[in-house]
Structure formats: structure tokens, C-alpha cells
Design a protein around this ligand. Sequence first.
Ligand code: SAH
Length: 356
Amino acid sequence: MTNLLGLDRDGLERFFEAQGEKPFRARQVLQWMHQRGEGDFGKMSDLARSLRDGLVAVASVQAPAIVGDTTAADGTRKWLLKVDGANAVEAVFIPETSRGTLCVSSQAGCVLDCAFCSTGKQGFNRNLTTAEIVGQLWLANRLLEGKRPVTNVVMMGMGEPLLNLDNVIPALRVMLDDNAYGLSRRRVTVSTAGVVPGIDRLREECPVALAVSLHAPNDALRDRLVPINRKYPLRELIAACNRYLDKAPRDFITFEDVMLEDVNDGEAHARELIAFSKKVSSKFNLIPFNPFPRSEFKRSSPERIRRFAEVLQRGGLTVTTRKTRGDDIAAACGQLAGDVADRTRRRSMALREVRA
Ligand code: SAH
């Protein structure tokens, strides 16, 4: 059985060719699945009856099972999705007046173990498949009201997308394909903790908007908060961002900065960020820290964040402060934990990733 949610246009064309069918079937089936949200081959009425029957025997349209569905007071909606017997991941829909953003997960757990992130504390189990990544978008569009409710996708859920590019790239292609979701490259954002080779590969194979989780303006602090920095320090990260900008759909990189009280929110840090911003075309997005059980940090006060933003702005930076959405249902940035059963696999992966 081939799960057709896991195939981009090239993959589907190859699939149909292998079935002795014309490659244009790929376009038709993409439209049925992703534009009309159809999962039943029997209802794909412009396919020949024999083809529909044939598909039932060899293919499926299979999204992860929904095991939790919660809506926050502010309308943010979070789904807990079971991807296999042992693992569940989360996807979050954030409605705004003129757009709807879906925050998508790329891995069950995460190897990177950033000090302030709940997903990292869960350990790592495995990469999501393309079908599991696309399935999050497919489900959201089916479950939400309105035509095309998801206008933007951010790969900012659980996991590090640039450590799962074999599956993330075809998923991005489905998001961008005019026969599927037809999102523009600017409306699809990949966020990374700073996996330098992944930034280069994304640039070559599927450049979309890039966000980098910076969190610290110098290596000493960043080594501690974002351990992957020990492998790819700021100098290399900045160089990779500058290479990316040649092909990027936007002329800046978004840098995310989680605001941790008395850790990275002082005036000296702001000054260092101003110096940082001279090295790469950037915009800054301040994220008030979202606590989770046993987290060791405190959220910077609104007043401190306001002052921090002001120093940056006076230094000529473009700064926004992310509104905290869905924190009453643990759907805010860094609170996604899902349910990662085998947590033991992180050790070996992490050692490979962080130390090598
Ligand atoms: N691994 C990728 C994708 C995750 S994106 C990355 O690191 O970019 C999730 C975003 O939320 C990242 O910017 C992450 O640093 C931030 N984040 C993690 N934990 C957080 C927390 N507790 N409060 C606020 N933001 C957090």
C-alpha cells in the first residue's frame, strides 16, 4: 500500500507510471486530495472506474489519527496526532484576522535538547514521514471551517526540520504545488535551531522563508541554550544565512529570540544583537518564554521585553514581539510535547549531531 499523502508531484507521476497510467493522473489526484480534501478514491469522479478500483487495491490516503483536539480561549486549536503505536505529535492552528497559520511538526521528539524547550525534554524517537507531515495540513484543512483556512505554514512544531530533510522537502513541495495547496514560498516558513548543512541543502532544493532560532547573541551563551551551536557556531551560521539569502523568497532571515528573564534579555544582549544584525539582513521576533512543567527559566516581564525591543529598534532593527497564543492548552511555542514513547534514542543521535 502506498500512502499517496506522502508523494509530491514527481513521486506521484512515478507512481502512476509504475501502474501503467499516464503521468497527468498525478495532477488530478493531487487536486482531489489536497484541494478538495478527498480521501476516498471511489469519489474521484474524473478518474476511470477501473483506475479508481485499482487504486483502492494498491494505495491509500492515510493521515495520522486524531487522539486529541483542544481549542484555547483565543481560538488557537491544537491536535494531538497519533503517528504509530508509540508516538504522537502535535499540530497547532493559529487563527488571525487576515490569515490562518498552521504550525507543523517534523519529528517525534527532538535531538537538539535546547535548554528552554519542552519538546527537547521529551527525547527523540523518529523522523516523521512525508505523509505524516503533509497529513497535518490535510487534516487541518478538512477540519477547519471555510475555504482554504490554512494560508500559512510554519515548520515550528516538534522537531528540527533540517534534520529530516529527506521527508520535509517533498512535504514542502506539496505545500507549494499549485495542484495541491498552492502556498507561496513566502507563506511557508522553515525554522531551524541552526543546522548549517541543512540550510545549504534547503537553499539548493526548496528555498522557502527561513527562520533561525537564535536566542543568544554570542557563542558562550548560545552554546548553553542551543547546544547545536557547539557544532555550528555563530560565524558559520551567519555565513550559511548569507548564502541562503541569494535564493530566499524574502530578503531577510527571521531570527527568533526567546525572552528568558535575566538570561538573555538585558541591555548588553540587545547591543550585541545590534552588532549581530550588521552581519546578515535580518528581522527579529521576540518570543516571551512559555513555561512548561519543570522548566528552569522565567519569562521576561512585558516591561523588560518592551525595553529590549526598544533598544533594538533604536539600533535600526525591525522587531516584532510574538503574541502568546494558546498557552492555556499548552499549544504555545516550546510547549509541544506530544507523546514520545521511546525516549532512549536521543542519546546516540544527540552525540552524533552535537559533537561530531
Ligand atoms: N527546531 C526548530 C523548530 C522548532 S520552532 C527550531 O528550533 O527553530 C519552535 C520555536 O519555539 C523555536 O524558535 C524555539 O526556540 C521556540 N521555543 C522553544 N521553547 C520555547 C519556550 N519554552 N517558550 C517560547 N519559545 C520556545
